[in-house]
Design a protein around this ligand. Structure first.
Ligand code: SF4
Length: 360
């Protein structure tokens, strides 16, 4: 006898749930709304706790529905309490990281969209891992649901989401957009689309597609260098979409959405922070309504790159300011908990290898 394909309750629409509730469970439509509310509002993922649904019906739910779960196996908090990092295990097989940033009374969750990353940016810890899989929309959503449930204990909540964790979100475009739509449900988390930012290494065709599909969603570009010569060294994707092509897509994006574009620029000592790097950046940004975040490099073990001094970072910042660029110099956050994307996963995998060796 073939098994019934269960409906994934994180990704299912209310209508899909209603269809099963009415036609298979022989219940009234409102039971579907109760199930939907347990999942997307009460953030309850155990059928046994769906307490206002009659017990005989509740016992039948697992026959038709499934709730993909992710297990949090580690939570680390930085000394300044502004950064919290969560390590999740998917199907007991894959590890992904999620970072909660708490500053300016705002809680922003940085979610992962892939396990590993194929783009191999040279400064990035995730770039050293092989690409393993795209996260499903449910796996992306569950990162937020877990953290939101934690924050509820102190009457707090995540207000903004950035797709800036592990992976290139535009290489998992459909699931990323689907996750945004789920989190935007009016009867669910109801997070405004304006509070989502997708961060990309610069995939020009998908930038143009986003501008067509989702005009409210914000865009951030991991730029890190404003000449092809330097960018090619640290970001291989630049050979496929050089700066001129990236610029063309961003101009189209701004024409269609009128959104300001954020640029992330990691400051690397003796690499991308001299006067000529600053001039190239100013020239590149001239075409846009832009804001630049300067982020001093967070050391990644095994990489040759170093963090610049505060003085060097400030000089670079001042040059941009003098050229009337909207710019913010960020502090390196959560160094003590390995906050740069991918570092915690690598640390955990190394610990597991070491403990396996000890157990042999
Ligand atoms: S910076 Fe982003 S795109 Fe580049 S390797 Fe790391 S995760 Fe992938």
């Amino acid at each position: 006898m073939s098994e019934i394909k269960k409906l994934n309750l994180i990704e299912a629409s209310l209508e899909e749930i209603e269809n099963i509730v009415v036609n298979k469970l022989d219940c009234k439509k409102y039971v579907a709304s109760q199930i939907f509310d347990f999942i997307h509002n009460k953030l309850e993922f155990d059928f046994d706790n769906f307490t206002n649904i009659k017990k005989d019906i509740r016992l039948k739910l697992p026959e038709y529905f499934e709730i993909p779960s992710i297990k949090c196996i580690k939570i680390l908090e930085s000394k300044d309490k502004e950064t919290k990092k969560f390590l999740f295990s998917l199907n007991h097989k894959f590890l992904v990281e999620t970072v909660l940033l708490m500053h300016d009374n705002r809680k922003t969750l940085c979610v992962s969209s892939q396990v590993g990353c194929a783009l191999a940016c040279d400064f990035c810890a995730t770039g050293t891992m092989k690409f393993e899989k795209n996260l499903t929309a449910a796996e992306i959503v569950m990162q937020l649901y877990f953290v939101q449930k934690e924050l509820r204990k102190t009457n707090e909540k995540v207000s903004n989401l950035v797709y800036m964790g592990m992976g290139e979100p535009f290489l998992n475009y459909d699931n990323v957009i689907k996750s945004i739509n789920i989190l935007n449900y009016e009867k669910g988390q109801n997070i405004s689309k304006r509070n989502f930012t997708i961060s990309t290494s610069g995939l020009a065709p998908q930038i143009e597609k986003l501008a067509e599909d989702e005009k409210q969603v914000h865009l951030a570009i991991s730029l890190h260098a404003a000449t092809d010569e330097v960018r090619n060294i640290i970001m291989p994707i630049n050979k496929r979409y050089p700066l001129e092509r990236l610029k063309e897509s961003l101009i189209k994006y701004q024409e269609l959405t009128k959104n300001r574009v954020s640029f992330e620029y990691i400051l690397i000592k003796d690499f991308n922070i001299d006067g000529s790097a600053a001039s190239s950046l100013v020239a590149f940004l001239k075409s846009f309504n832009a804001h630049v975040n300067l982020i001093p490099y967070n050391i990644v073990e095994g990489k040759p790159y170093e963090t610049p001094s505060k003085k060097e970072a400030t000089e670079f910042y001042n040059t941009l300011k003098r050229s009337k660029i909207n710019v913010t110099l960020r502090e390196t956050k959560g160094e003590d908990i390995a906050a740069a994307c991918g570092q915690l996963k690598i640390k955990k995998e190394k610990e597991d290898i070491e403990s396996n060796k000890e157990n042999i």
